[in-house]
Design a protein around this ligand. Sequence first.
Ligand code: CMC
Length: 430
Amino acid sequence: MTDRTAELTIGDQQLELPIIEPTIGNDGLGISSLRNITGDVTFDPGFANTAGTRSSITYINGAEGILRHRGYSIEDLALNAEFLEVAYLLLFGELPNQQQLAEWNSGIAGHALVKEEMKRFFDAFPNNAHPMAIMASATNAISTFYEEYHDPSDEEAVIESAIRLIAKMPTIAAWSYKKSMGMPYNYPRSELDYVENFLHMMFHLPTEETKVDPVIARALNVLFILHADHEQNCSTAMVRGVGSSRANLFTSVAAGISALWGPLHGGANQQVIEMLKTIVEDPEEDAQSMIARAKDPDDPFKLMGFGHRVYKNHDPRAIVLRTYADDVLATVGVSDPLLEVAKELEQAALQDDYFIERKLFPNVDFYSGIIFRALGFPSRMFTVLFSIGRVPGWIAQWKEMTEDPETRIMRPRQIYVGKVERDFVRLADR
Ligand code: CMC
């Protein structure tokens, strides 16, 4: 906080609002005394203009298409780091040195197994259960095995929970897939690293020797890094919101997984592929017909993978993925007609006045699904992959929230527009 203030006039009342200064980015108008002094509240659907916290984890400049974690650009991290290295950076604020990284990696590897009882939990779901529903449920369920780590003010317990969550996510994700395929579950193997282990648990049969393609492992590493955090997005806000009631980390992250599933958020990556498939398979549809539907005010359809609350310019993650999609497809030897359709659709939208005026650009979900597909993942797993990547971000944001002395339970106000007061009418008289 500085001495700078802003003035707010409501009728004949004048209020001096403190200006909260960032290190970079938007100033914040401090309105916490507004209701006490004036009796009024602010009205901001979707909190599009409201900062709920100070944060030092992730910086986004939506106008210039910049994304940085702890000051490091997403491009640098995606090209040069490993996913668990970025997870460490998000959680602890600094890049690990070699020894710290080795300890961090082996700590996580040591907790990749889930309790054997959890198998019965997976078995109970129908075979066609969406893996995101299983992910959210299983994440909540594993909290039952770790009650000793539930206290958010116990620093050691929080780190123990964080390690277990990051470690077990790939196992839960792979088992939710195996369950849907009616195939036996694979256990993690100690000689494989984090991403390799996930690929092994996803794709190998217990009858076969484990062989992980390093190209696929590196591509998945990059994808996880690109999804690792994105400041106060919908799912992160939910994780913080649940955690603000002092609920434990496991259950807070389960809430984030539920929020991520929605098609306007992480669920968009699955929807993009469905949309591109429709264009390829349905002779009545093409890029222009999709764009026409997206522009029609009477049609709820949106061009999936386009638009963003914060980016009013290219999403830097989408730029990395766009070039990466060509490389990955060429390296794994897959040619996908959906990639050509995606490029065509992108060009058509970027030249259309509707999209230009509203500053709608491709977001991270536009190209990620094409790469996930090329790596062999079915589309129902795409949002699960997003959630494995996002777990370190959710944890870092949750941890920052619990350590912040300014944190209060999340509890927005409302503008009541219902009936004012009515006399009760007994059932017999209605
Ligand atoms: N297709 C057509 N019109 C759009 C789209 C779209 N994809 N996105 C926004 N618009 C229009 C919107 O209808 C509105 O038009 P008007 O001013 O005429 O009412 C205008 O652009 C502003 O959009 P908004 O809905 O106010 O923007 P928002 O910040 O509330 O929503 C969004 C952001 C991401 C939910 C939205 O752009 C969207 O639904 N996109 C499609 C779903 C998607 O790709 N989601 C992934 C988001 S990025 C990664 C992640 O979070 O998972």
